[in-house]
Design a protein around this ligand. Sequence first.
Ligand SMILES: Cc1cc2nc3c(=O)[nH]c(=O)nc-3n(C[C@H](O)[C@H](O)[C@H](O)COP(=O)(O)O)c2cc1C
Length: 448
Amino acid sequence: MRSSRPSISFLCGKNSSLTDPLSTLLSLLYRNNNRSFMATPITQNPTPPVDSQDNLDDHLCTILEQHQSSSLFSSDLPSPSFSLGSPSRCLDGEWRIERAWAHWKKLGQPKVIVAPMVDNSELPFRMLCRKYGAEAAYTPMLHSRIFSETEKYRTQEFTTCKEDRPLFVQFCANDPDILLEAARRVEPYCDYVDINLGCPQRIARRGNYGAFLMDNLPVIKSLVQKLALNLHVPVSCKIRIFPNLQDTISYAKMLEEAGCSLLAVHGRTRDEKDGKKIRADWNAIKAVKATVRIPVLANGNIRHMDDVHSCLEATGADGVLSAETLLENPAMFSGFRTVEWAEGNDDTKLDAGLDQADLLIEYLKLCERYPVPWRIIRSHVHKLLGEWFRIQPHLREDLNAQSILTFEFLYDMVNRLRESGTRIPLYTKGSDASRISANGIAACSAGV
Ligand SMILES: Cc1cc2nc3c(=O)[nH]c(=O)nc-3n(C[C@H](O)[C@H](O)[C@H](O)COP(=O)(O)O)c2cc1C
């Protein structure tokens, strides 16, 4: 029995740090400075300046060997979930659509889903969101070439456990063979292999992947076809929209014809990087949904459950992804709302009896169980307690001064916050309150 070894990663490592410059670049990608979604500036230098803080933060929070099976294939994870047959080699378009829907239905048609987030949608965070209503989740984007070549990268950047389903594993790529090699390593442990076609950052431009492949649609087609023809699990794609609606529609059709089984549409263009300032275009998502026949997920403008309902209604999409809001409020899909919502409207609001410090404690406990690099934990602490630190800035400074984090320090920091009398509750909307059960979890998270 391996029940005491709850998570797996690819081959065992011990407190190893990512020294591969490309891996380091990747971990810097999307890193969030303060509240905005922006990449750390990357220079032409192939080895970005990494200070000693970063090196220490790349260490795992717990020794992996205590927690993991030594071999991927001897773990007690379930076998591949796509039991609808072999790769789609011989399937025509009609069959592929039917198969796409059969698979989606078998997964329970998840409606509320954790979006992919580099350094943020890792296993403990996914598990926390799942506890609070998320019905599926994406891994952070993994770099297909580094994943194929580098054992340390696989070990640290992809971990999962049997409760971590349904799961999308996302890769960036521009070479179909390399992508397939990476995808084959994860296909037994996920429900979709996803291709990142939406990353708008400079590093993606330089590496020629993500949203920059929108300039070279034949490459995108070859990536999708390669996976669709050779994998047992279906391939999904996460895209951004083009400035022109007709281009977006043609793009979506092309992806479907190439063998994509599910399409997540982030309703912003490649140049619309600031999600806080620029609203996602739900009309474009609606047009895609009306055009293709595979399941479509909508992404953008989801801050609380009212947005989930409005988005599903407005776009006709089969589910929604949320990213930034979940970082501040991983319980959002259970109906909990942040103070930002409470201050901005006249609905009856109730203190939910749960706050971000409670969620942080739960998250830390999950990290003790499922080890991750400290840099990831540090990032979640800042996002979860951002508002609290504004009231108690010396605690933020104290946190920043720690070159080496420990669980003891973090638990103590939460105690100090509480002892100082600081508390920012999460809220429920009056009419939702009855749906939230005594242990804080919504009886019916999406209710949609
Ligand atoms: C910290 C962070 C990391 C992200 N990393 C990824 C990623 O790895 N892959 C990806 O496709 N999108 C990534 N995104 C984009 C989100 O998945 C999502 O498309 C975007 O934030 C819009 O959704 P939102 O309005 O709910 O935040 C990231 C976003 C954030 C905030």
